[in-house]
Design a protein around this ligand. Structure first.
Ligand SMILES: Cc1ncc(COP(=O)(O)O)c(C=O)c1O
Length: 395
């Protein structure tokens, strides 16, 4: 009999009932060190007092009114995002997938309004992930996500990750945009080198294309800059944001320049819940912390510390790990052993990591993790690796 919850996930048999900072407490009382942060969502950890305060204060005042009216919390969050980024304007969504939908619509509408309606194609890359909607899976294009869900939304051209010549060769008079994650998350923590980001920007400028960045996973302080594009010294035309911006409250956004957004006039897009007072009150509190230079400097310092210790872990366990990669607190351990076995051995040692493609385990801890948490994380991963070694020896 089908379970009452549609079985689209293979869930671990863990039921968390409480969260405190970097820790999750299981129903049986065990404490787990959370290096997953709900897949890069709990940027300020669990039950951060400022977020609890923002949510409860707003909950006591007003939950929802719809976008038929002005929403001061939404205005405030949009202003913070505009003040701190390349963007001139913001549309709020409830998720990264919805942000992807709007990014695609916005790019196509841009060229339609400019009198080039034939420019509908968006170039994307293998290993990418842009959500599970019809546009999201068509954009990513992998068999794993698209099989059985056809017909696919047309207008996406799938290219090899890292192949710049392939990008140039794929551009035709139908091309509208390039869409890319500055650091692939689901694809296995694969950063796009700064030089390549710069080259993509240049290609877009030369051919009049829009550069769409998907910073759903790598944005909001995750890489040690407020947004990852800053590392390359470039700016996009359109950017998708979600996950960390809500700190655990479902919230996403599309940020855009005035020019890129010029086709999106009244009535062209909407959302009942997007940008509602609860989500935006929390989003403002997240931004107040994460957009702070000292906070980001700490993310970079802790990234260096964690990375250094992880290099030692990899060296100590060559049968389990191959290498460390990533940026900021978005790190991947490329495994020699089967990555799921390492994640499961982590559960046995009460440390949470997240599997990704390319046989990688992801470490996406709360950006607020402490130096003690880092030491504890590596100690627990060390035990997990030893467990995998024992399993390999007895297999
Ligand atoms: C890069 C990227 N884009 C889009 C999405 C989809 O976001 P959501 O699951 O919030 O719809 C994700 C989710 O993992 C993501 O990592």
């Amino acid at each position: 009999m089908i379970p009452s919850v549609l079985p689209t996930y293979n869930r671990a048999p863990l039921q968390f009932v409480k969260g405190e900072g970097t820790w999750l407490i299981e129903a049986d009382g065990r404490r787990f060190l959370d290096l997953g942060a709900g897949i890069a969502v709990n940027a300020l950890g669990h039950a951060h007092p400022a977020l609890v305060e923002a949510l409860t204060t707003q909950a006591q005042a007003l939950w929802h009114v719809s976008n038929l009216y002005e929403i001061p919390q939404q205005q405030a969050l949009a202003d913070k995002l505009v003040d701190n980024t390349f963007a001139d304007t913001v549309f709020f969504t409830n998720s990264g997938t919805e942000a992807c939908e709007l990014a695609v619509k916005m790019a196509r509408k841009y060229f339609y309004e400019k009198g080039q309606p034939e420019r509908i194609e968006i170039l994307t890359f293998d290993g990418s992930f842009h959500g599970r909607s019809s546009a999201g899976i068509a954009a990513a294009g992998s068999e794993k996500m698209t099989k059985g869900f056809g017909p696919m939304l047309p207008g996406f051209v799938h290219l090899t990750f890292g192949d710049l010549d392939g990008v140039t060769n794929a551009i035709t008079d139908k091309t509208a945009a390039i869409m890319i994650e500055p650091v692939q998350g689901e694809g296995g923590i694969r950063p796009v080198p700064d030089a390549e980001m710069k080259a993509l920007r240049q290609i877009c400028d030369e051919h009049g294309l829009l550069l769409i960045l998907d910073e759903v996973q790598c944005g909001v302080g995750r890489t040690g800059k407020l947004f990852a594009y800053e590392w390359a010294g470039i700016t996009p035309d359109i950017m998708m944001v979600a996950k960390g911006i809500g700190g655990g409250f479902p919230l996403g956004a599309v940020l855009a320049t005035e020019d890129a957004a010029s086709g999106m006039t009244a009535g062209t897009h909407g959302s009942t819940y997007g940008g509602n007072p609860l989500g935006c009150a929390v989003g403002c509190a997240v931004m107040d912390h994460v957009a702070d230079a000292e906070f980001l400097a700490e993310v970079n310092r802790k990234s260096g510390l964690l990375r250094q210790k992880l290099e030692g872990l990899v060296a100590d366990h060559p049968e389990v790990f191959e290498s460390v990669r990533g940026s900021g607190l978005m790190l991947g351990l490329k495994c020699v052993a089967v990555n799921i076995d390492v994640v499961n051995a982590g559960y046995d040692n009460q440390v949470i990591t997240v599997p990704a493609a390319d046989n990688v385990i992801r470490l996406l801890p709360p950006l607020t993790l402490t130096d003690d948490d880092i030491a504890e994380a590596v100690a627990r991963l060390d035990k997990a690796a030893a467990l995998v070694e024992t399993q390999l020896a007895t297999a």
